[in-house]
Design a protein around this ligand. Sequence first.
Ligand code: BTN
Length: 262
Amino acid sequence: MNKQIQTLLRPDHPWKDRLHWFDTIDSTNTEAKRMAQKGAPHGTVLLAHRQTGGRGRMGRSFSSPAGMGIYLSVILRPECRAEQLMHLTCATAVAMCDAVETVTGFRPGVKWINDLIADGKKLGGILTELSILPGSDKIDFAVVGIGINCNQTPLDFSGEIRDIAISLQTATQKPVQRCQLAAGMIEALWKMSETLLIGEPEIMEQYKADCITLGQDIYLLRSGQKLPCHALDLDQEGALIVQHPDGSVETVCSGEVSVRRR
Ligand code: BTN
């Protein structure tokens, strides 16, 4: 599959010779961190047929059965401080919406902050992890990991996630050429990495347009509690601005939300 993806990238693609294919790996993000610590360069891309320990945000697992989805991580080495990368997950989400739309004609939505959504269900997720150079606030590397459900039927999802997960094939009613999508994702990630530090306002504008959470009555899931509130807006770094029932407004930097059903 590596070779196929390589042939689908433009001949002068700067990341073309930095693709690594794994039949089975614990997690492409974990392996990417191991490789980055040993000096792997910016633009090193890892793809797996299957992950045995796929990871999501908040310590969750990400189901990664063989050949059904795309499990991809990339190592980025932007020359900047950590605080300049607060919008990295949002930028990746926009890039992944662009890639899926280019390859399939269908543009997913984004549930704040890192879920790709189709028909109200989870199509995929993004896990970004940063490593800071010791004794400084400078980035050593960032690992950006993306999992997208491609060719599962509803019955391929286990009972507990069947109602909340969806594949691109189900969403678009067409099988997905995983190599083409992987090549599209790599191109979109490269473009994203080129504009990350200069294009934040435009990236966040597009993220707001893709974000299905804004304007919704939601629950903020915090310390095991479900707090009802209204999603008002996003700040420039992607933090969610919510209004509580007592009228107070809060900016939420991390955490989990669910949309309230009416
Ligand atoms: C989430 O749903 O919270 C994020 C899921 C991210 C999954 C991808 S699959 C490729 C990469 N490797 C991992 O272990 N996680 C990410």
